[in-house]
Design a protein around this ligand. Sequence first.
Ligand code: ADP
Ligand code: MG
Length: 256
Amino acid sequence: MEIKHISFAYQDKVRRLDNVEAEITKGQITTIIGPNGSGKSTLLGVLTNNYQPQEGQVIIDGKAINKYKPKELAKKLGVVHQQNSAPSDMTVEKLVYYGRLPHKNTFSPQSEKDEQMVNWAIECTGLSEKRHDAIDTLSGGQQQRVWIAMALAQDTPFLFLDEPTSNLDIYYQYEILELVKQLCEAHGLTIVMVLHDINQAIQYSHNLIAMKQGKVVVKGNPKLVVTKQLMREVYNVNVAIKNDDDVGMYIVPLGI
Ligand code: ADP
Ligand code: MG
């Protein structure tokens, strides 16, 4: 996926993305970092054709995304937004099945492939035992996994996750990150996500895109992107950079 000179403003005409240029490498995990309001969600919105940029293009497999038919694009891109809501009494299975809709015509019955994909999505998100439970009886971490399962049932090569670990306690944060890693490594998905935790971003990403005020400040290998200077420039915080034999590089925030 190529992101070419994207500039974007909402109705208020304020430029929220300013000449964003990047490449999303297939089969890898790319994480967007940056402070609140820096344009991370807006960029995901443009990359998934939710918002049309005033300038620039997003290209998938040699074709601009606004040239794809909606259903065609839905077979390429799965998205889990920052906020998700479903009728609270809906079951896990039912919601995950909605992921299959891009593959169906209005009246086509459930196919074997639909069932296979729904089963796979439920299994690899560890929700088998919750399959028939209502969404609102699940924990936050489980609910987050249901949304991911729905996107997985969609059977797309690209998966976009906006802050998938927010509002989860630390165990469930890592549970989601391990799932993301497995989806990339074992199933070849290309993942683009937004994370707040810099250490998790370093640990789980092949590439980082650091944003500030709608601009890409720096991008590339996490170990090269995350520096004391970058953390000062982008977040206005002081950090120390450390190395651990097991996890590799990490930061320690020292203050403002
Ligand atoms: P992030 O995800 O990095 O926190 P966003 O992409 O949500 O940032 O927002 C980037 C900027 O665009 C912010 O200043 C935000 O207030 C503004 N913004 C977000 N959504 C809208 C909208 N629908 N209309 C107008 N401005 C918006
Ligand atoms: Mg956001």
